[in-house]
Design a protein around this ligand. Structure first.
Ligand code: UD1
Length: 418
């Protein structure tokens, strides 16, 4: 398994372009099964979760070809509605296949999905919504069996604005008979992107980005060539890296609107930020101040996927911060690793109390999940001395060539095979 060797303490300067958003691309892979025409997804990030989703489509009988950054998916020969547990356990997004397989075959069998170990992550909202669309569901031996004669539109109200459940209902409702309305929908930019993609295939959907999504079912969908929205979480990770290390960088591809709460918090820290169109320029000089409180919330609130990176930043700011994790109950597992680097953080349940220290020191640490792993990399970039961050498989799930991009900004980071 690979590890990073990072010699900390370098300021970051330069510009980087964000990759396409992991959380946009994964549901698009699932949506490609909704048509027997060719689907091309452009500028696909080279991340492990994408390879895993491609494997899932191949297991169903689809052809998936990588051509430079483009992925060409032809699911005209897809014949299976059963997903083995080996692949579904590797990533949470396999759950999207429920909606798309039901749309395509009116049947789906999948093992309980896996993903990062950051909490319970139930899928009750997905399953209850599918039942409302006329699907019978039973569970045996870790597998979920779904079937229906036909999908019928329904009004569904989500108790919580779940990103995945909103997307799954869109995938199931797009070819259902009649009208489906999702109340209490999640409003993340990646949901807007899924709507754009599906409408490009001929779907009738409106309202994504608000809390009511309306879908008028259509009988068939066309092929499409589509460029997904850029990754606000990757972009945010680079901005926080610069805040920690000092320097001045520009990140392109992501609009300030999609990172509003992060930019607000980074300004509170004392960073200077200028935004224009899809470019965000951040400069950080001198010691920054802690945020008094950061609380993760569904969009447009502070994203849980940037919580760990902001904790790493607050660890070296002046003062104290309270970080509240509302979405995933065990998303502070990286904290003991930050403590090995000298951070002063106390975790109590969903709260982390950070007392800023003047600097961290290099240490050997292990990435236990995707964003927690990214936070350790950022902490190591800002620390004095050499750090090793091992078990990069988690980081590879979401970042394309993280080391290459950081190196281009002036970081001393290399990847070694162990
Ligand atoms: C998506 C993102 C993930 C991000 C998360 C929250 C993708 C591929 N992943 O995950 O990176 O961290 O949104 O922004 O887009 N819940 C239930 N029952 C359900 C579904 C969810 O209780 O059926 C709960 C979860 O346990 C969690 C909360 O709802 O506490 C939010 O989860 P959700 O929005 O569904 O996240 P994901 O779609 O899994």
């Amino acid at each position: 398994m690979d590890k990073y060797i990072i010699d900390g303490g370098r300021r970051l300067y330069g510009s980087v372009m964000a990759q396409s958003a992991k959380n946009a691309v994964l549901p698009l892979f699932a949506a490609s099964v909704l048509t027997d025409k060719q689907v091309t997804i452009r500028e696909t990030p080279e991340i492990a979760d994408v390879s895993c989703m491609a494997q899932i489509l191949k297991e169903l009988g689809a052809s998936v070809k990588f051509d430079g950054g483009d992925v060409v998916i032809d699911s005209s020969d897809a014949h299976s509605h059963i997903l083995s547990s080996k692949l579904t356990k590797e990533l949470r997004s396999s759950v999207f296949m429920l909606g798309s397989l039901l749309s395509r075959f009116h049947r789906a069998v999948i093992a309980y999905p896996g993903g990062c170990d950051i909490g319970l992550r139930p899928i009750d909202l997905h399953l209850n919504a599918l039942k409302r669309l006329g699907v019978s569901i039973s569970e045996r031996d870790g597998y979920i069996y779904c079937e229906c004669d036909r999908l019928t539109g329904a009004e569904i109200v989500l108790d919580f604005p779940s990103v995945g459940a909103t997307e799954n209902i869109m995938l199931a409702g797009v070819k259902a008979e009649g009208r489906t309305v999702i109340g209490g929908a999640a409003k993340e930019p990646e949901i807007v992107d899924l709507q754009n993609f599906l409408c490009g295939m001929g779907a009738k959907i409106r309202g994504a980005g608000t809390d009511v999504v309306e879908i008028e079912g259509v009988p068939t969908l066309n092929g499409i060539t589509y460029t997904p929205v850029k990754d606000r979480i990757e972009a945010g990770t680079f901005l926080i890296a610069c805040a920690i290390c000092g320097g001045e960088i520009e990140v392109s591809g992501v609009s300030a609107e999609n990172l509003g709460m992060l930019l607000h918090k980074l300004r509170e820290n004392g960073c200077k930020i200028h935004t224009k169109n899809d470019k965000i320029r951040l400069s950080s000089y001198g010691r920054l101040k802690c945020n008094r409180r950061i609380e993760t919330m569904p969009f447009p609130g502070f994203p849980t996927d940037l919580q760990a990176q902001m904790t790493a930043l607050n660890a070296v700011c002046e003062g104290g911060a309270l970080i509240v994790e509302n979405l995933f109950e065990t998303r502070f597992k990286y904290v003991p690793e930050l403590q090995r680097m000298g951070a002063d953080i106390e975790v109590r349940g969903r709260n982390a109390f950070v007392r800023g220290v003047s600097g961290l020191h290099g240490a050997s640490v292990t990435a236990g999940d995707l964003r927690g792993g990214a936070a350790l990399v950022l902490a190591a970039l800002g620390a004095e001395g050499v750090s090793e961050v091992s078990d990069l498989s988690h980081i590879d799930r979401g970042y394309t060539d993280l080391e290459g991009k950081l190196k281009s900004l002036g970081a001393e980071i290399k990847r070694v095979r162990v």
